[in-house]
Design a protein around this ligand. Sequence first.
Ligand code: AMP
Length: 113
Amino acid sequence: MPGCIFCKIAQGEVQSDIIREDDQAMAFRDVNSQAPTHILIIPKKHIPTLAEASEQEGGLLGHLLLMARQVAEDQNLTDGYRVVLNNGVAAGQTVFHIHLHLMGGRTFDWPPG
Ligand code: AMP
């Protein structure tokens, strides 16, 4: 999608600190880290929001979760970690290319702010 920063990262047009990558997805460090470990997991395919994902994209969404789990293992987040998906402006979504936040290395409050 022209103008989408995460599409540009997925296509290698914008540099990022890549942690893991396969044919469907990519994990890279968040530039504005909110935890000692803060990694974003994105599909290479442009899907703006969870609300706009189709039934046919269910496998891809599951793939993102499994990549988050694999990265958490690789990063030794043995005390636990949080996976967040912000859907829409009111939820705090600022980049409209679906992504998971994987955060760890500290404790987290509940409910989140
Ligand atoms: P959200 O608010 O859920 O849409 O999260 C978007 C996240 O993307 C924020 O945590 C930003 O810090 C992060 N972000 C934006 N641009 C970049 C970039 N070029 N590289 C890495 N992370 C980014």
